[in-house]
Design a protein around this ligand. Structure first.
Ligand code: G4P
Length: 289
């Protein structure tokens, strides 16, 4: 089932009921907040984002948190920053795992709400930003911001539970909402990007196909990463499975004479990307680039 772009078609399932409920919730919660903060995976800012937020947030001030910048290509992060800024959105780059950049969150929110906060202070009220989009390190980010185990980190969708207010700074509260706006899961490519970055459960996917398509993407964007990590120059005529096989050969993942374990190679490839062993690789460019 090869599509015209050479990528294999995958069957990815999703949970639309959960998404509708979340949208209703964000609409209800928006009336309580002054700003909207979205946390995205810096490697896939397009796929990890739900475009509905533009409509839902209306004209509230907005902050985009590009998380996992430690795993993303710095040049691409700079391009994404420019792209979002050109659309009037404030940007914060973070590595929630090490905590880098997280300390700038409260000051960034303060800048965003400068005028409102001054008015609130006079009245003794607090400013209330909101945070959405899970599965890109949100729990880790909130734990850092809150300075305690406010959210339980996990690597599966839906782990963040229960709405909670978290004090992030004097006079500044954050409303964290459970799975409030999932990435918009409406194309195969978006589904793959989310699976590759572990934002969705990869168990529901065919790992071999995912690995094969990821190989094709790497060959297109970062062929040197394949060469350096798996010790071969990716042949432009090979399909994704052949590239996986080539890597499996180099790794010595032999099943029987002349047959290599492609599934194991796919798991290894995805695991190594997750751990940053392939380098800092961003998988999507901003639309105007
Ligand atoms: P979620 O609430 O959005 O679902 O995400 P969560 O915080 O549970 O984080 C999921 C995984 O992403 C965790 O790794 C976490 O350590 C990692 N992570 C979060 N932010 C960053 C970041 O900025 N950089 C990097 N490199 N990783 C980040 P894990 O796979 O559960 O375990 P481990 O890799 O920490 O061992």
């Amino acid at each position: 089932m090869t599509q015209n772009n050479g990528f294999e078609k995958m069957n990815i399932q999703w949970f639309p009921g959960h998404m509708t409920k979340a949208q209703r919730m964000i609409e209800e919660n928006l009336s309580m907040v002054d700003a909207v903060c979205e946390i995205l995976d810096a490697r896939i800012p397009y796929s990890s984002r739900n475009p509905d937020i533009d409509r839902l947030a209306g004209d509230k001030p907005r902050l985009i948190i590009l998380n996992r910048v430690d795993l993303a290509d710095p040049q691409m992060t700079a391009r994404w920053r420019k792209y979002f800024e050109s659309r009037g959105l404030a940007i914060l780059e973070t590595d929630a795992k090490s905590g880098k950049g997280v300390g700038s969150f409260a000051p960034a929110v303060r800048r965003l709400l400068k005028d409102k906060l001054a008015a609130y202070e006079a009245k003794g009220q607090v400013g209330r930003p909101i945070l959405g989009i899970p599965n890109v390190g949100k729990s880790t980010f909130i734990n850092r911001v809150a300075g305690r185990k406010a959210a339980i980190a996990g690597d599966k969708p839906g782990v963040t539970r229960g709405k909670q207010w978290i004090n992030i700074d004097q006079g500044l509260d954050l409303l964290d909402t459970p799975g409030i706006l999932w990435p918009k899961f409406d194309s195969q490519e978006v589904g793959e990007m989310l699976a590759i970055t572990n934002a969705i459960k990869a168990d529901v996917l065919d790992k071999e196909t995912l690995g094969a398509n990821f190989m094709l993407r790497l060959r297109e964007l970062y062929p040197k990463a394949i060469e350096e990590r798996y010790k071969f120059v990716p042949d432009p005529d090979m399909n994704g499975f052949e590239l996986l096989e080539q890597a499996a050969k180099k790794r010595g993942f032999l099943v029987s004479r002349g047959e290599y374990d492609i599934e194991r190679m796919a798991n290894t490839l995805l695991g190594e990307y997750h751990d940053g062993k392939l380098g800092r690789l961003t998988l999507e460019a901003p639309p105007d680039a």
